[in-house]
Design a protein around this ligand. Structure first.
Ligand SMILES: Nc1ncnc2c1ncn2[C@@H]1O[C@H](COP(=O)(O)OP(=O)(O)OP(=O)(O)O)[C@@H](O)[C@H]1O
Length: 409
């Protein structure tokens, strides 16, 4: 391997054995493998790439696409089924929680233990310990067994150790997501400093595309264990985003997309139909950021309701309520008679950033009794456009007026 290559991965395939029952593993051993009690699952298939010194590479892909498997193969924790990994330099890894630390040892003991594994002497670790403790900032827990740590404390100590052992290659597998925001920022600042040494390599698995774009020069996109794309982080993240959009659209077009719908009805109301429509009244499933939002709801009422309240709101994928509007805001009492009703809810602009959203629809009577409550209804998309990756992270797409003094155009 040439000296400027830090990691070389050639035709890497990893197959896991899946046993139907825990006892099947023993049965297979007892038959000396003559009878097969397992099936094979290919988590990585024929993956090849090289990483040069000084590169920061993000590994992205959906859950189960093989990212952690790849990192574990690079770190030597797993053995490949086929292919080879060559690593040129000292590798320090911050893998999933629990990896590498012994839960019965104290934090201090684990730090020294990690140092020994990576070939550092006790004196070398003595001289670094104060910095590790200061960075981790977990106080007296340093002398408590690691099993008593919260996941955040664990990752603090593991990260502090990983960056203070002079790694040539630092591997970070999503673990940072556990730390609080201030700690994450501190970690990324420190990673940036580490990278000022042009010889170092950082491999980062993250679901946060913005983090990957900001931090990595290159990204590798894995899909079902294969490389879908490998190139400049911006381009690969954009491709990943487009693929994700396509998949969400596909999910949205299937009946499964209604699986989030949760309806609680007193029996006095039947929801007939709810959809998003364009300005011509045509049903649509996606809108662009900042477009108008028009929701049309048809329902049948079996009783008459005096002074009811209709509430329409939007929800995020985690069902968090994003907005709620009520007809009570009209200030005019309304009355609903038995029969079919049609309600349209119109917003000039829907200010939320690209993502998947749902509609919530509630009817209360004048005593605030819930007559009908539907959540997770009518899934729709605010789609990412090509400018998405130049924009800062946000939840809302607001359209401010700017006053810029002394700025030349
Ligand atoms: N020890 C194992 N035995 C059997 N299958 C496994 C094992 N470890 C992982 N897998 C399977 O291999 C596939 C890839 O898993 P891996 O953890 O590498 O994915 P990932 O991209 O890191 O996912 P995530 O984003 O959810 O962390 C998954 O389908 C997973 O279920």
């Amino acid at each position: 391997m040439s000296s400027d290559i830090a990691i070389s991965v050639k035709n890497l395939t990893k197959k896991y054995r899946i046993f139907g029952h825990p006892g099947d593993r023993i049965k297979q051993a007892l038959t000396f493998g003559r009878v097969r009690f397992h099936r094979e699952f290919t988590a990585l298939q024929d993956v090849s790439f090289e990483i040069k010194r000084g590169e920061t590479v993000g590994i992205i892909g959906r859950n189960g696409s093989g990212k952690s498997t790849l990192l574990q193969l690079i770190c030597g924790i797993l053995k490949p089924t086929v292919g080879a990994v060559e690593v040129n330099g000292r590798i320090s890894a911050l893998l999933e929680l629990g990896a590498g630390f012994n839960p019965e040892f104290t934090g201090r003991e684990n730090v020294y233990f990690q140092g020994t594994i990576l070939g550092l002497s006790k004196e070398e670790m003595d001289s670094r310990f104060a910095d590790i403790a200061a960075f981790a900032d977990i106080g007296e827990f340093l002398d408590q067994p690691v099993r008593t740590y919260s996941s955040g404390m664990f990752v603090r100590l593991a990260f502090a150790t990983a960056i203070h052992v002079d790694p040539d290659i630092l591997v970070v597998d999503e673990a940072l997501a556990v730390g609080d925001m201030a700690f994450q920022r501190k970690c990324f600042e420190r990673l940036g400093q580490l990278l000022s040494d042009r010889q170092r390599v950082v491999l980062l698995v993250s679901h946060d595309l913005r983090q990957v774009e900001r931090f990595c020069s290159r990204a590798i996109f894995l899909q079902s264990g294969k490389i879908m794309a490998d190139g400049p982080a911006h381009d690969v993240c954009q491709l990943y985003c487009e693929k994700a959009n396509e998949e969400i659209k596909l999910e949205n077009s299937s009946a499964a997309s209604w699986s989030r719908a949760k309806i609680d009805s007193s029996g006095e109301v039947e929801l007939l139909n709810i959809n998003i429509m364009d300005s011509n009244g045509q049903e649509i499933q996606e809108i662009c950021p900042g477009d108008p939002l028009r929701v049309r709801i048809r329902f049948r009422l079996f009783v008459s309701l005096t002074q009811p309240e209709l509430i329409v709101g939007t929800q995020a994928v985690d069902m968090q309520f994003l907005s709620s509007s009520t007809t009570a805001e009209l200030g005019v009492p309304i009355r609903l008679e038995p029969g079919e009703h049609l309600v349209e809810y119109l917003l000039d602009q829907f200010p939320l950033a690209p993502g998947r959203y749902f509609i919530r629809f509630v009817i209360r009577d004048k005593t605030f009794r819930i007559v009908f409550a539907g959540e997770g209804l009518c899934p729709f998309l605010v789609i990412a456009d090509s400018r998405e990756f130049d924009r800062p992270p946000r939840l809302l797409d607001l359209k401010p007026e700017w006053v810029l003094c002394g700025v030349h155009y």
